[in-house]
Design a protein around this ligand. Sequence first.
Ligand SMILES: *[C@@H]1O[C@H](CO)[C@@H](O)[C@H](O)[C@H]1NC(C)=O
Ligand SMILES: *[C@@H]1O[C@H](CO)[C@@H](O)[C@H](O)[C@H]1NC(C)=O
Ligand SMILES: *[C@@H]1O[C@H](CO)[C@@H](O)[C@H](O)[C@H]1NC(C)=O
Ligand SMILES: *[C@@H]1O[C@H](CO)[C@@H](O)[C@H](O)[C@H]1NC(C)=O
Ligand SMILES: *[C@@H]1O[C@H](CO)[C@@H](O)[C@H](O)[C@H]1NC(C)=O
Ligand SMILES: *[C@@H]1O[C@H](CO)[C@@H](O)[C@H](O)[C@H]1NC(C)=O
Length: 442
Amino acid sequence: MSYFSLQTLIFFYFVHFIAISHALSNGFSVELIHRNSPRSPLYHPTETNLQRVLNDVRRSINRVNHLNKKISHTSKPISTSTPDTGEYLMSYSVGTPPFKVYGIIDTGSDFVWIQCKPCNICYNQTSPIFNPSKSSSYKNISCSSRTCKSVEQTTCSNDTNICEYTLQYGDGSKTTGDVSLETLTLDSTTGSSVSFPKTVIGCGHTNTVSFRGQSSGVVGLGSGRKSLIKQLDSSIDGKFSYCLIPFYGEFSQSNSSSKLNFGDAAIVSGEGVVSTPLVKINGILNDLYFVTLEAFSVGNKRIGFGGSKFGKTNATTKTITIDSGTPVTFLPHRFYVQLRAAVAENIKLKRVDFPTLPLNLCYNTTLGQLNVPKITAHFSGGDVKLDSNSIFIPIGNGVMCFAFLPSQGFSLFGNILQHNLLIGFDVNKNVISFKPTDCTKH
Ligand SMILES: *[C@@H]1O[C@H](CO)[C@@H](O)[C@H](O)[C@H]1NC(C)=O
Ligand SMILES: *[C@@H]1O[C@H](CO)[C@@H](O)[C@H](O)[C@H]1NC(C)=O
Ligand SMILES: *[C@@H]1O[C@H](CO)[C@@H](O)[C@H](O)[C@H]1NC(C)=O
Ligand SMILES: *[C@@H]1O[C@H](CO)[C@@H](O)[C@H](O)[C@H]1NC(C)=O
Ligand SMILES: *[C@@H]1O[C@H](CO)[C@@H](O)[C@H](O)[C@H]1NC(C)=O
Ligand SMILES: *[C@@H]1O[C@H](CO)[C@@H](O)[C@H](O)[C@H]1NC(C)=O
């Protein structure tokens, strides 16, 4: 190698090094891919908008039913979410050399896993499956290691002393494989990449999942110990945020993408920021993010929130979970009915029935404009004005439906309602911040 090229190499090495440390010290952002976007491995080009909405509503209902079930059987070792849910994917790389995978991001679970070769059973994944034997940074861990003990649901392979995990989802889906240490590389939207060596991930060799979404696996962003957020904690100071762009109807053609921000890039500040404390509920659903909701207002009419029900005890708390993975917002039946009535009262258009859809407050906007009333969420700590495009979703042919449903007691702030809000999570200070934002410009 000539002196010149060696010098060039060293120069580029330092540029690369600086790029990484620069990206880290200022935080970094990665792109989020909506599952129904043409760039998503889960994209079905022939699906109509109505079919997408139907699927999103079905997935929402499954997820909330599962959470309700989990609340009443807290001792059962089942994961919070179902792998079929989740609306946004993140592309990232594993191993050395980096191998590109797609994970469904999930604020409701706390483990990162991907399908791995060799497969005992693998579902049909759109992108290639990771082969750990081709990665020089992949490491199995021993059963006696502290890392193994810190992961829930691990077992020990008796003959090899290798730590194994099993994640069982509510819909019967299951992934089993090796708990491993591997390098994760995230592609920052600025063009540089940021690597995190020795990240604990599940390398799944037996994956029986019932979903038709063929991502590589799941990226848990929950507040549990092995979520990506807790693992990157020292680099990102426990902070992440996202800003979700509306994705139905006309918006589905948009080429802008939503972003997931980490570290300093995730700080939500400036005019209009509202912060509310994260709440823990008696050790159940530890991986979900709960906040206190006092009321919703529709125009000037305030509707007080009676609370969510938890467990068999009939105990209620005024908490609602902020979930990136569920499109529809769920409220306890009585509260839902009051809110829906207040919204309907403000809308002069004629209602239309749409029997195939569980959403049951729909209007035909080809007959006139839908003047959505101003809706405000009153959290403990401040009021958040919701985007008018986040209350109703277009299901096709000009029909718009109220994107809320009643639940058996559990309350969930869905991702449609989160559109055009910059939402910041700080798992060290235990707060969530909201700021109304045009997410296409963020
Ligand atoms: C798996 O994917 C391949 C290629 O996309 C397809 O040809 C095949 O039919 C799929 N198999 C199943 C069981 O869905
Ligand atoms: C990890 O463990 C699996 C057995 O579960 C084994 O097949 C594989 O070769 C091991 N990989 C490394 C890098 O040690
Ligand atoms: C390991 O051995 C124990 C006791 O012999 C047995 O109960 C368990 O099922 C074995 N585990 C595996 C993963 O083979
Ligand atoms: C999005 O990008 C595609 C391909 O680059 C282009 O054809 C389309 O017009 C763009 N759409 C918008 C709304 O800019
Ligand atoms: C909870 O409420 C239901 C209906 O109000 C009642 O039937 C049930 O006995 C209550 N359970 C407890 C543990 O109080
Ligand atoms: C909406 O109104 C238009 C115009 O009157 C009509 O053609 C269409 O069938 C209506 N759609 C529904 C779902 O009622």
